[in-house]
Unconditional design. Structure first.
Length: 114
């Protein structure tokens, strides 16, 4: 049995959209990309959000470490034009069976999110 390699997008879906954004995920679905890699991080109040890295600066209109901010603060930030940091649930519901998700835990020990 021969297994063909799949295509997985990382970061910004070919520079079209902000990394870890729902718009990038929708682009992957529209372009029939098989896999999408997303990153998750832990907020200061223990919520898991879809975000790459630990620093909010550069990727959002905010600043500081994600681990020091509560989710209520983080959800107010923008990662792109009228788009905020999402929850993994948002990605899972959007992906459904249309695209597979590879979820990378960014500096999180798995027992902290279970």
């Amino acid at each position: 049995m021969r297994i063909s390699p799949g295509i997985i997008t990382h970061k910004r879906a070919g520079f079209h959209y902000k990394e870890n954004s729902l718009r990038a995920l929708r682009w992957c679905i529209e372009n029939q990309i098989e896999w999408r890699e997303i990153d998750v991080a832990l907020t200061g109040d223990g919520r898991v959000v879809v975000f790459h890295g630990d620093n909010l600066g550069g990727s959002t209109n905010g600043s500081g470490l994600i681990a020091t901010k509560d989710y209520d603060e983080i959800k107010q930030l923008e990662i792109g034009k009228e788009e905020s940091i999402s929850l993994p649930r948002d990605f899972l519901c959007t992906a459904k069976s249309k695209v597979k998700l590879h979820i990378e835990l960014k500096g999180i020990e798995h027992h902290k999110i279970c």
